[in-house]
Ligand binder design. Structure first.
Ligand SMILES: Cc1cc2nc3c(=O)[nH]c(=O)nc-3n(C[C@H](O)[C@H](O)[C@H](O)COP(=O)(O)OP(=O)(O)OC[C@H]3O[C@@H](n4cnc5c(N)ncnc54)[C@H](O)[C@@H]3O)c2cc1C
Length: 371
């Protein structure tokens, strides 16, 4: 069986890459060792934190802004194609402040304001208007009205459905062991059961990308970083933007659920949640919004972020003709998936290089060491 393109991994990144390639006329098959979309992409909180989490200008910032804008159009596109969207909401992100730290926090965002992006300094009345439930010690806030959220399980399901309608075949239970090559060209992949041939292979296996043989030079460049989350339910939720407080975040959904995140733990691929991790999240949530102490605790879960040394993904060619990678999106894979898919499509189909591709080069860590 020969395909033009084999995508290894059917998370959000792989599914969206597959959709964009199929739209460009490629024959695409996605191989996933499990149910496509079931790993980090469905576990994520879904914050499109292009501004609130940005600390300096640079590639991450440029890509985040571009991709946040693409999410608004992707949502509409998915509704047209599948009848359901991504749950996209432009509800803004808010960092509550006290009298002691307000000016310092505002100054830390001045570089964003000088680029004419909206960053609002809120007084107490404006703060209470959008987040009446906040702890009384907060007297102001920094508000990023253009940051947005999606509902990750809906987003992933819609993208997989849209890609399927565009002719992409998703294959479950196809664990790829290694990429195969001959004479400096990719020839396909070997799964646990068979050899599959293809002209192009795109590695999108998230935190597991280093386990696929014959692809990354250093498998350790993408490592799993476990993140725990929990979900509370209360109605009405006494804040409308995503809150960034106490070192974590609280994301209100439109139906009364609040997603509280997250931990960052280097524990390998150990699944599950811990008492200490969950306590940290609950303490943060109840401290920020005291009435959440009476909310129902409805769910807790964890998954693995694909972490690279600099937090940016590896995107580009892998030194073998026809072999590409788009993996290692760490804490921003939901945000960056739309721009990643466009970058990969442009590279694979048109040989066109995105201006930020240099910052994402898969060999950048080794090049850094060589200098
Ligand atoms: C707790 C938590 C909260 C997060 N919150 C946010 C957020 O708010 N905003 C944001 O932008 N990002 C967030 N992220 C990050 C985001 O979830 C990831 O960066 C993103 O989902 C990575 O997508 P992916 O498709 O690369 O990986 P995944 O979704 O993990 O998909 C990888 C796929 O590859 C498959 N696979 C693995 N090995 C093989 C193999 N050998 N053969 C075939 N298939 C294979 C897996 O089965 C899986 O389906 C969060 C992550 C976590 C853990």
């Amino acid at each position: 069986m020969s395909e033009t393109v084999l995508v290894v991994g059917g998370g959000l990144v792989g599914a969206l890459v597959a959709l964009r390639l199929a739209e460009s006329g490629q024959t695409v098959r996605v191989l996933d060792r499990d149910r496509p979309g079931a790993e980090a992409s469905s576990a994520a909180a879904g914050i499109l934190a292009a501004q609130v989490e940005a600390s300096a200008p640079g590639a991450a910032w440029e890509l985040g802004l571009a991709s946040r804008a693409l999410h608004a159009t992707l949502h509409r596109e998915l509704i047209e194609l599948t009848g359901d969207g991504s749950g996209y909401r432009k509800n803004g992100a808010l960092e509550p402040t006290t009298e002691l730290d307000h000016e310092a926090r505002l100054a830390a965002c001045s570089w964003q304001r000088s680029r004419e992006l909206p960053v609002e300094s809120l007084d107490e009345a404006s703060l209470r208007a959008i987040a009446p439930g906040l702890n009384a010690r907060y007297t102001g806030g920094i508000y990023f009205p253009d940051d947005a959220t999606v509902d990750p399980p809906r987003l992933v399901a819609s993208v997989i459905e849209a890609a399927s309608r565009r002719g992409v075949r998703f294959e479950q239970g196809a664990a790829v062991r290694e990429v195969t090559t001959s004479g400096g060209r990719v020839t396909g992949v070997r799964t646990e059961l068979s050899q599959r041939s293809a002209e192009v292979v795109v590695l999108c296996a998230g935190a597991w990308s280093g386990q696929v043989g014959g692809a990354l030079d250093d498998p350790q460049e993408i490592r799993p970083a476990r993140g725990q989350l929990l979900e509370l339910a209360m109605s009405p939720v006494p804040f409308s933007p995503v809150l960034y407080a106490g070192g974590g975040y609280l994301l209100p959904r439109s139906d009364g659920r609040v997603c509280v995140g997250s931990t960052l733990e280097m524990v390998g691929f150990e699944r599950g949640t811990t008492a200490a991790g969950q306590r940290t999240l609950l303490d943060r949530a109840i401290d920020a919004v005291p009435s959440l102490g009476g909310a129902r605790l409805t769910r807790s879960w964890s998954s693995f972020r694909p972490r690279t040394p600099d937090g940016l993904p590896l995107v580009g060619e892998l030194g073998v003709s026809g072999l590409f990678v788009a993996a290692g999106h760490h804490r921003s894979g939901v945000l960056l998936a739309p721009i990643t898919a466009e970058i990969v499509r442009d590279l694979v189909v048109h040989g066109r290089r995105h201006p930020q591709l240099g910052a994402l080069r898969p060999d950048r860590f080794r090049r850094g060491l060589d200098r």
